[in-house]
Ligand binder design. Structure first.
Ligand code: SF4
Ligand code: SF4
Length: 322
């Protein structure tokens, strides 16, 4: 018998084969209400673990965009520049926005943002407006207007249950866009973001895919983006400071090498000390020295405690043993 679980499982398997390694800072990521999340996501520090059903929701959203564009066309609203990418100047090819389109009506040009909502979200959006109900979408559009030079947005959200449309126009707000641009610079500069709450039971945090890394003791995924030696460079590439700033090949980026040392702010443990090639943390079961194992038997004349490669730290942290 064919079951829905069978379909979901196949979708998840295909996604796992593709790999979850999207190292691009897009407008929706910059608009996220938690900049710590934005930074962790840009560095692919955690697995999203989306279910097959969630992937279907994303796909339905994509398909709905054409439906909305066709409906707009009937009202004389032309849509051009569908899914066009705009890079942020000085973003070194790591930051930008892929826009849903540009809407043209009566010689006016709008950034077009298309969304789907469930009935509850749509009702709230319709009653309160985008700024209050969907601040992340509002920020995403401000960043999109900054990069495209368009002065206003046409935001359309379709109610998936009733096909009602919420249509809202709003203007570019330079201070908002400026702050988002500064945030983007900090993120690609590999700076730590600010946690939206220090409480693990805070509403937004409870549903966050980064929760175990941010509030728990699980360490991030091990690859070049979570390594303290890497940095962003022009052309959307990454360089390794451990090896004379050489460009890191794409195949290596996803797996790292034996010299990997975690970027300390990504690890949710107090830092006790560090050197060029190691970082010492206070774990709940004692001190931990993250380093290429065997390289640092002595630190400052003392025997280094619990020397662990990043891979071993990850394994131990998943067992709750760090
Ligand atoms: S768990 Fe909360 S504070 Fe941490 S990244 Fe997620 S939203 Fe931000
Ligand atoms: S030291 Fe290894 S893991 Fe770290 S950035 Fe360089 S190549 Fe990647």
């Amino acid at each position: 018998m064919i079951t829905s679980e069978q379909v979901y499982n196949s979708i998840e398997k295909k996604a796992a084969e593709r790999g979850d390694f999207n190292r691009w800072l897009g407008a929706s990521g910059i608009g996220h209400p938690c900049s710590h999340y934005t930074s962790l996501a840009f560095h692919c520090a955690f697995d999203n673990n989306f279910s097959g059903r969630t992937f279907l929701i994303f796909e339905l959203g994509n398909l709905s965009e054409d439906l909305i564009c066709n409906a707009l066309a009937k009202a004389g609203i032309e849509v051009i520049e569908r899914q066009k990418r705009f890079d942020m100047p000085e973003g070194k090819g790591h930051v930008g926005a892929t826009i849903d389109g540009v809407a043209v009506y009566a010689n006016n040009y709008y950034l077009l943002e298309l969304k789907t909502s469930n009935a509850k979200q749509w009702k709230e959006l319709h009653e309160k407006g985008i700024k209050a109900a969907k601040p992340q979408h509002f920020a995403q559009c401000q960043f999109g207007m900054e990069l495209t030079g368009l002065a206003k947005t046409l935001y359309v959200s379709i109610n998936k249950d009733t096909c009602e449309l919420h249509i809202e126009e709003f203007m570019y707000e330079q201070p908002v866009a400026f702050n988002l641009k500064m945030l983007a610079h900090r993120v690609i500069g590999r700076e730590e973001g600010t946690k939206m709450s220090t409480r693990p039971d805070y509403f937004e945090c409870k549903w966050c895919a980064a929760h175990r890394i941010c509030h728990g003791h699980q360490t991030p995924r091990v690859h070049c983006l979570t390594c303290a030696h890497s940095k962003t460079a022009e052309g959307g590439v990454w360089q390794c400071g451990r090896f004379d700033d050489v460009e890191i090949p794409k195949d290596t980026l996803q797996v790292g090498c034996e010299h990997h040392v975690y970027m300390p702010w990504m690890v949710n443990m107090p830092v006790l000390g560090y050197g060029e090639y190691y970082v010492m943390y206070q774990g709940k079961n004692g001190r931990v020295c993250n380093c290429p194992t065997g390289e640092f038997p002595m630190i400052d004349g003392e025997e280094a405690p619990n020397m662990m490669t990043s891979a071993l730290m990850l394994e131990k942290s998943k067992e709750g043993a760090l």
